[in-house]
Structures are given as structure tokens and as C-alpha cells.
Design a protein around this ligand. Structure first.
Ligand SMILES: O=C(O)CCC(=O)C(=O)O
Length: 259
């Protein structure tokens, strides 16, 4: 794995201190285009079943198990700059926990509550969850940008009212192709989409190697997908890790706020 070749000192400091960093233009144009097309095709193909491997969310369309659903997703999760940023949060030993798409639907009228992914609180070894939000559309002030409270990854409790606006929250906007790498202990959530167009993002969610995956990849991936994976992808997905089998095979899928 590459360490220290892509992120500047300021970007590392932002991740450490604010709890997130925006990496504009990180997705090559061809990858962005192919991913958008694949997301559109999958949404049409899966219809009502879309996202059924995870949890339904009112006001959003979800696609889950994306490693199994397109070469473009498998290419994205090994982009070296993103892996370097994830390692900055989790240390050198980590794995993919889940790979989902979330589209905030037009005029959905729903702010997600401030949450930590999986409700995760840092443990004695430190931080153990990191999420990467790949902007497949421009994130604007109106179409459901991600809100976040900088520095809150160092706090233990969530705010008293996670649905309320927080005085310190920032709204993360950017152009399609930007990747936001976020310490997922940070209080964050998607805001309501107040426009007539959908706002899509891919979430590549990682966890430290000693923690269970949110979605057990070995069970979700079809045998033919598994057979074609590179050694790097097999490692990242923990396919040959008996400890991961023990930890992840039987845990209930957990979200930071969805039932
Ligand atoms: O899509 C976003 O802006 C953030 C979504 C999020 O935090 C979540 O679904 O847990």
C-alpha cells in the first residue's frame, strides 16, 4: 500500500484535526462517467429491490453490495490516494466494510440526523471507521450536501438533538469527481435535497482490520466475482482472513441511524 505520496501535510492535518478532507478532482473523468452510467443502470435494473442488502432510507435511493456490481467500483476502491487517506485515519491495517451508493431524491424534505457511522465510538486503540464520499453529482448548498461538525470525532457523545442544526456544522459542497475522506466517528449526515434533481454519491466505508465488516463481503460477492479479483482486492475485502469470517459472518448490519 502507498503511504505519503498523495496527501499534502495540510490535507493530513485536516483529516486529523477537522476529521475530514476534500480531495477535488480525484476521480478521473472516465471513471466518473462510467460510475454514473452504472449507477443509473443498476437503479433501473433493481427497481424496488435496490438497496435490499442494506436498509431502506426514506427520501433516498440506495444501492448496496457495489463491489459485486461493476468493474468501475472495484477500480475506485483501490485508488491509491484514497487508500493513503484512509490509512491516515485507521493505520496500515484496514479493510472495506461496505460499498454503497446513496442518492438523495429530489425535494425529499429530510435531513439525516447527525450520526457516526455504525454508531461507532473510538476504542482503546483509537479510530476504527473511515468513510469516503465520492461525489457523483455536484454537491451544492441546496441539493443535499453532507453536513459535518469539524472536530467532533474527538467527542464521545452525540449532540442532545441530532436532528437539529448544530451551531458549528459546515456544509460540504464540491464538484462531481471530488472525494471526501471522513473519519466516520465525526458527527455528520446528509441534508435534505431541495432541488428537482437527484444528488448521488458512492460511499466506500472502511474499518480497522480487527473490527467486523458492516456488510460481510465474502457472503455477498458471487463466486465468479471473487474468482476474478486481484490479490490486492482480496486483501482489501478480507476474503482470505479467517478472523474476519469469525467476526463478520453473523453480525447484524448496523447503521448510525437507520433501523
Ligand atoms: O450522502 C451523504 O451526504 C451522507 C450520508 C450518510 O452520512 C449516511 O448515509 O450515513
Amino acid at each position: 500500500m502507498d503511504h505519503g505520496r498523495f496527501l499534502s501535510g495540510a490535507q493530513r492535518a485536516a483529516l486529523r484535526e477537522q476529521g475530514y478532507v476534500c480531495l477535488p478532482g480525484l476521480m478521473p473523468a472516465a471513471m466518473l462517467d462510467a460510475m454514473r452510467r452504472r449507477v443509473e443502470a443498476l437503479a433501473a435494473l433493481e427497481g424496488e429491490r435496490a438497496g435490499s442488502e442494506f436498509k431502506p432510507e426514506p427520501g433516498a435511493l440506495r444501492l448496496a453490495n457495489c463491489v459485486d456490481k461493476g468493474e468501475v467500483f472495484r477500480e475506485a476502491i483501490v485508488l491509491p490516494a484514497v487508500l493513503e487517506a484512509v490509512a491516515e485515519v485507521l493505520g496500515p491495517h484496514f479493510k472495506l466494510s461496505s460499498l454503497n451508493v446513496r442518492t438523495a431524491l429530489p425535494m425529499n424534505g429530510i435531513d439525516q440526523p447527525l450520526h457516526r457511522d455504525m454508531g461507532a465510538v473510538p476504542d482503546a486503540q483509537g479510530d476504527w471507521v473511515c468513510n469516503c464520499i465520492w461525489m457523483l453529482d455536484d454537491f451544492t448548498a441546496d441539493n443535499g450536501p453532507t453536513r459535518a461538525v469539524p472536530g467532533s470525532h474527538r467527542l464521545r457523545d452525540l449532540p442532545a438533538d441530532p436532528r437539529a442544526r448544530h451551531p458549528d456544522e459546515v456544509h460540504i459542497t464540491g464538484s462531481a469527481g471530488t472525494v471526501v475522506v471522513m473519519n466516520a466517528h465525526l458527527w455528520h449526515g446528509g441534508l435534505a435535497n431541495r432541488t428537482a434533481r437527484p444528488r448521488a454519491a458512492l460511499h466506500s466505508f472502511f474499518c480497522r482490520a480487527d473490527k467486523p465488516q458492516q456488510q460481510y463481503q465474502k457472503r455477498l460477492l458471487r463466486p465468479e466475482t471473487q474468482a476474478a479479483l486481484s490479490p490486492q482486492l482480496r486483501r482489501l475485502l478480507a476474503l482470505d482472513d479467517p478472523e474476519n469470517d469469525r467476526m463478520s459472518a453473523d453480525v447484524a448490519v448496523t447503521s448510525g441511524f437507520l433501523k
